[in-house]
Design a protein around this ligand. Structure first.
Ligand SMILES: C[S@@+](CC[C@H](N)C(=O)[O-])C[C@H]1O[C@@H](n2cnc3c(N)ncnc32)[C@H](O)[C@@H]1O
Length: 195
């Protein structure tokens, strides 16, 4: 049986958004990171872009306007999805966890999993289940906070995610590393082709 995200998890994320805990996602370096995610999109403009753990949908700021109607935000937090809707009324939103999400289409141009794969131990397995549920997925773009000498849990999370992704044997098409030189925080990104 698949793990279910509890109402307590959802409430916690909602409360954290309301308290401003995730306001930093609109900071310049996070925008640089999301511009890299958007720059890795290779699918056609008419293809859907599924943003798993979308947060407030800052990725939309980097998508050409014609893609806005093709953007699908999936998140467990109502507060995050309310912000997506305020940002872009044409965006589709789905309130679901990675473990609950069921695709409503047969194909998707791109699945973005940006800063969402480190919260559950089996997140990559959940991502693989979603990919397998489609007949066609053009690409999967992943962003993960990189290892940090002062943050052992970041290091563990990053290693766990990249190890699980490499076990899937998806083809790596593009990679990027972003570093904030003021804080030493890094992010690792990859554009993968499932197959
Ligand atoms: C750090 S934010 C990342 C937001 C955005 N993707 C970005 O890159 O800026 C993580 C988001 O993932 C969502 N989230 C956490 N666990 C999740 C899960 N199991 N399923 C779906 N969404 C989840 C949270 O509600 C939050 O909006």
């Amino acid at each position: 049986m698949r793990a279910r995200v509890s109402d307590a998890d959802r409430q916690r994320w909602n409360q954290e958004y309301a308290a401003g805990r995730w306001d930093f996602l609109s900071s310049p370096v996070e925008h640089t990171r999301l511009s890299l995610v958007a720059g890795m999109l290779r699918c056609a403009p008419e293809d859907d872009v599924l943003d798993l753990g979308s947060g407030p949908g800052h990725l939309l700021d980097w998508l050409p306007v014609e893609r806005a109607g093709r953007y699908v935000a999936v998140d467990i937090a109502d507060e995050a999805l309310a912000r997506v809707a305020r940002r872009e009324p044409h965006a589709r939103t789905v309130r679901a966890s990675l473990s609950q999400f069921e695709p409503q289409a047969q194909r998707v141009g791109a699945i973005v999993a940006s800063e969402v794969l480190t919260y559950d131990d089996d997140s990559v397995a959940q991502l693989a289940r979603i990919v397998a549920a489609y007949q066609h997925v053009g690409q999967v773009i992943v962003s993960v906070l990189g290892p940090h000498p002062d943050k052992p849990n970041w290091t563990r999370g990053s290693e766990r995610v990249w190890r699980a992704l490499s076990d899937l044997s998806w083809t790596r098409v593009q990679s990027a590393t972003l570093r904030n030189d003021r804080t030493g925080v890094t992010w690792e990104l990859a554009d993968l082709e499932p197959g």
